[in-house]
Design a protein around this ligand. Structure first.
Ligand SMILES: N[C@@H](CCC(=O)N[C@@H](CS)C(=O)NCC(=O)O)C(=O)O
Length: 204
């Protein structure tokens, strides 16, 4: 039985979808992640950064959404969420997961956690504005790459599509973010991911 440190709408939701896809039993540990609230000692024991997701398996735990995704998809190859180690699209699969977890998530963090990107509160507007332009640039790269493709890896669905779907749900026009419809290829793939039973069970 896996345990997943979890908060609604957070990066932990993508890992939850992966667990649903592979059909592994898991327990959610609902976790406080508000910037102004203290972190539980239990969370800090597994992740000193104080963020989710953290996946606990026996006496081992892992944090970082992309790392957990790679770990689970490789551990359950029958779920068909990752190209094999020697598969033609293995490199592209890893590329997208790392790009999402580094460039894309950082661009979002500049909206939600702007104080981590500047010394002075007076710079908040500048950091937030750069978050918006980075999201435009990065989603534009993803959208171009999806031109003429069914999924990120072409004909093969993978955990990278699930990760991408999660990231689309964070676009928030009230924060000035571009709308999902701006990126028609991304919107098309996101709709197809949303139709999967495992995604419906988690997102409703
Ligand atoms: N790089 C980490 C980032 C995870 C992350 O930003 N989690 C957010 C929720 S989406 C969180 O727990 N934030 C609380 C905090 O950073 O203090 C990952 O990909 O797992």
């Amino acid at each position: 039985m896996y345990k997943l440190f979890y908060a609604d709408h957070s990066a932990a939701i993508g890992v939850r979808v992966i667990l649903e896809e592979i059909g592994a039993p898991y327990e959610l540990i609902r976790t406080e992640i508000d910037v102004d609230k203290p972190r539980s000692p239990e969370l800090l024991k597994h992740n000193p950064n104080g963020w989710v997701p953290v996946l606990v398996s026996g006496d081992k735990s892992i944090y970082e959404c992309a790392a957990i995704t790679i770990y689970l998809a490789d551990r359950y190859p029958q779920a068909g969420l990752a190209p094999a180690f020697d598969g033609a699209e293995r490199g592209l699969y890893l590329q997208w997961l790392v790009y999402f977890s580094s460039s894309m998530q950082n661009a979002y963090q500049m909206t939600w956690y702007w104080e981590r990107f500047c010394e002075n509160e007076s710079d908040q507007a500048s950091v937030n504005a750069r978050s918006v332009t980075r999201l435009q640039e990065i989603w534009g790269v993803v959208d171009d790459a999806l031109q003429g493709k069914k999924w990120l890896l072409g004909d093969q669905f993978s955990a990278a599509d699930i990760y991408m779907y999660m990231l689309t749900t964070w676009l928030d026009e009230t924060r000035g973010h571009p709308s999902l419809e701006t990126f028609s290829n991304v919107a098309r793939v996101a709709e197809a991911v949303h139709a999967r039973p495992a995604v419906c069970r988690v997102y409703g």
